[in-house]
Design a binder for this molecule. Sequence first.
Ligand code: PGA
Length: 231
Amino acid sequence: MIVAGNWKMFEGPDPTALARRLESIDGVDAIVCPPYVSLARCVDAGLTTYAQNVHWEDEGAFTGEISPCMLLERDVAGSLVGHSERRQYFGETDEDVARRAKSALAAGLNVIACVGETQEQRNAGDTETVLRLQVDAVRVACGPHDRLVLAYEPVWAIGTGLTATPELAEAAHALIKSLLDVPVLYGGSVKPDNAAELMAQPSVDGALVGGASLDVESFAAICQAAAASRS
Ligand code: PGA
């Protein structure tokens, strides 16, 4: 099981305190995705650390971007790509996301590529079509890969307190796995009190946690629930 904490544009918990707390939990690969300025502190604390995004070129005139080799040289283990906030607020397309994922994998990083439908797309009955398009873009660029993980994050469940039911999550994960056979994390308002039932689903291989990853104890509780679900 994998539990990744996406700190977004928040300072996040103290990396040393978090690392110490996570040491006591076995059976889960815990990952933190802090803002770029905190990557080094997280690496130094011994946390498995991913960036929140990564560019496809090694270097160049791309203001505001960071390259795969820059991350690798600083012992950053991987990156998120395609988070819905990147797609929604910064206009990233399926093609951009696929390019980011492909270059990051080729450079030697681990990748968590995020997919998920909006409320309007779900209401219109387009969930399957949207997931197929998003997953296919990554599949065509990267194929199945042992350093690639997908995250199913229904956009309507992110930061809203609304969570997909375990049945709905399971159905989406099963569809995604039928398209690209890699581990699939669930994301969208995962909290200590709903983590166990989500992690119990056979096609849910872990969680991508936003708000609840900003607190050491709630992130640790989710990691514990993930570890317990497969023991
Ligand atoms: P949330 O965010 O847990 O705060 O809903 C999840 C995410 O965006 O990765």
